[in-house]
Design a protein around this ligand. Sequence first.
Ligand SMILES: C[S@@+](CC[C@H](N)C(=O)[O-])C[C@H]1O[C@@H](n2cnc3c(N)ncnc32)[C@H](O)[C@@H]1O
Length: 189
Amino acid sequence: MSNNLFNAVDFSHFLLREALKSGDKALDATAGNGHDTKFLAELVGAEGRVFSFDIQKEAIANTKKLLQEAELEENVELIKDSHAELDQYLNEEISAAIFNLGYLPGGNKEIITKSKSTIRALKKAVVLLKKDGVVVLVIYSGHDGGDEEREAVLDYVTDLDYKKYNVLNYKFLNQPGPPPEVVAIKKRN
Ligand SMILES: C[S@@+](CC[C@H](N)C(=O)[O-])C[C@H]1O[C@@H](n2cnc3c(N)ncnc32)[C@H](O)[C@@H]1O
């Protein structure tokens, strides 16, 4: 490991890398431009499976293109639906999930993840976690609605039973503006 303090996205990837091995199943709750989905697909390999959700056609297309270029599309199920409905598509144990919240970079900034559906999806993802698995959230609170979503996520994870889950919050404290932050939930047993 390097001596650097990771930024939020790099730290989220560090946690995912620790949790995933070849053959595992993983969830990307917000496909966006596909960077996280590609990262997960590389980690789980040809024997594994990634389930990747987004409500925007553009995000699904961008993710598909990125996966095709990397010859990884076979390992990924791309689902154009809300992550709140994830249990309709996925009922297997997963080793890791990533929620990169907010809006699609380079896309319509009015289409954002929202607290109600984020919490519904988060609850379902936590249920699917296997022992030692992690759910990782990257949270941005600088845009309209972002702070409300952040509060909802922090309220939900703070109440998780500490005997079953370790919950962590990672952020830089001395940045101008609200810093992106990571919340991670690790299943203990
Ligand atoms: C910050 S971006 C994700 C970035 C992405 N992980 C990447 O690596 O490029 C957030 C995405 O969440 C999507 N989104 C918003 N609400 C959603 C929902 N209810 N279910 C699934 N995706 C949603 C948006 O369309 C947007 O593409």
